[in-house]
Design a protein around this ligand. Sequence first.
Ligand SMILES: C[S@@+](CC[C@H](N)C(=O)[O-])C[C@H]1O[C@@H](n2cnc3c(N)ncnc32)[C@H](O)[C@@H]1O
Length: 336
Amino acid sequence: MLKKSGSDVRCVTLPAGVFYNGDCISGAALYIPDGSVDLIITDPPYGIFGDTLHKHYNRNEKFVVDGYVEIPEEEYGNFSLLWIREAERILRPGGSIYIVSGYTNLYHILAALKMTGLKEVNHIIWKYSFGVFTRKKYVSSHYHILFYEKPGGTRTFNLESRYGLNEKNGDGRSLNNTDREDVWQINREYKPGVVKNKNELPPELLEKMIQYSSNEGDLVCDLFLGGFSTAMAAIGLNRRATGFEISPAMFDARIPAIERMEPGSLLSLLRAPAREPRKNQRKAWTDEDIQYLVREFDKRRTSGETKKAIIAALGDVLGRGHWAIVKALKKSAGDN
Ligand SMILES: C[S@@+](CC[C@H](N)C(=O)[O-])C[C@H]1O[C@@H](n2cnc3c(N)ncnc32)[C@H](O)[C@@H]1O
């Protein structure tokens, strides 16, 4: 259902989330409440005249949807500060943000981040294939991914969401550790003849960030939706999704695909990690652990964290699984 939701923002409300066609800075200020988002994954315009970028690339431009909106170089610094301040406001305490950036304007994004309360977790290098062709210099084939957190709450980091801690490859190297190195080699998808956004991010990259940094039911936001690739991956992994795209052409072209995306449809395609049993699994609870659990749970609920995030975090601390924590909380509520 498409409707006008404000002066120059249209919105589409779907079971998996609300999507806005308009500027993310003024749009978020109007429509996204403080502390309501668990995870932001976003890929802002590069400020390198992306709307004419195709002239440098040898590819058939007729499949790139018109309307990619670029930011003039001289406005990039201020633009970055404005949208990153909005991102900080809408993130919950403990929420995570991943910003994908090229090298040219990276310094503007880093400077803007420094002017907020967001804190660096990792600076990831994403290496991909299909670098820009050169003859007299090395071929540029990486992007930067700035992984930051909003302090003040528990950050979701699902350590064994993709590989169990004891899983090894044929050479005896830890698969979990390798997957968590800060250089990621993930190729861009080559999709000849398919309607796409310029610089569309590959699903594998998005799924990795979503798996590590959110839980099912969490709200994932992309302030620059482009081809809606973040939203597609989030809905497919049974998260809620929201975001903004300023280009009406891009927005209208992608809404049908989002409408068709089945919530949770990607979950069965994920690799099942071989997890070790939790260290206190099947052991009786001590009074001390129960008191700690109830005290911490209440404290974190008061600070606005989601139940799921708190249960995951306390499960790690107490060496217990999700259901053991839920049962212990129910029992202690019944006892009081
Ligand atoms: C690098 S692309 C995002 C690509 C996206 N991650 C994908 O995988 O398809 C940046 C997008 O931001 C949009 N954009 C530019 N300025 C915007 C603004 N102020 N608010 C919302 N979207 C904007 C552009 O039209 C473009 O589609």
